[in-house]
Design a protein around this ligand. Structure first.
Ligand SMILES: [Zn+2]
Length: 152
């Protein structure tokens, strides 16, 4: 079965070489939908009996490793010299330097890897992170699954 949990955060970015206005500094209310698959926990009397994983456990991981890492920060491509110079002189401004252009697609991949590191199949129910879908606006989204890393 598959379950999903959504989280949201505010973050700035720019798409450095974009042909239009996305190259300017701006921000979004990002939303991530984190989906996991697995068999239902059948350990009698356990708190998560009948669940793939407790929604609260997904929320804890997503809050700590995604929301708290990114919220009210500015995501910067490490090849964006204008902004890496700016933030090196203004270290008190929250920023996240990443080795990719911070598009919704690449952010979905980044979030996938952050969450994936912290998913533990504690009941051996074949619990797995299935996908991360990122909305950059209410009508624009990108979805990352494990397959997106298989060529890497
Ligand atoms: Zn944008």
């Amino acid at each position: 079965m598959k379950i999903s949990k959504q989280i949201e955060w505010d973050m700035g970015h720019r798409v450095t070489n974009h042909k239009s206005k996305c190259r300017f500094l701006h921000g979004h209310r990002y939303k991530a939908e984190i989906s996991l698959t697995g068999n239902l926990v059948d350990v009698k009397g356990s708190s998560d009996e009948g669940m793939v994983i407790d929604f609260g456990d997904v929320k804890k991981i997503a809050t700590k490793y995604v929301h708290d890492a990114l919220d009210h920060g500015f995501m910067v491509w490490n090849k964006d010299k204008t902004l890496t110079n700016f933030f090196s002189k203004n270290k008190e401004l929250k920023h996240i330097i990443v080795p990719f252009v911070p598009t919704a697609e690449n952010i979905a991949g980044w979030v996938f890897l952050q969450i994936d590191k912290h998913i533990k199949d504690k009941y051996k129910t074949n619990l797995k992170l299935y996908s991360v879908k990122i909305w950059e606006t209410p009508t624009s989204s990108a979805t990352c699954t494990r397959k997106d890393f298989s060529d890497a």
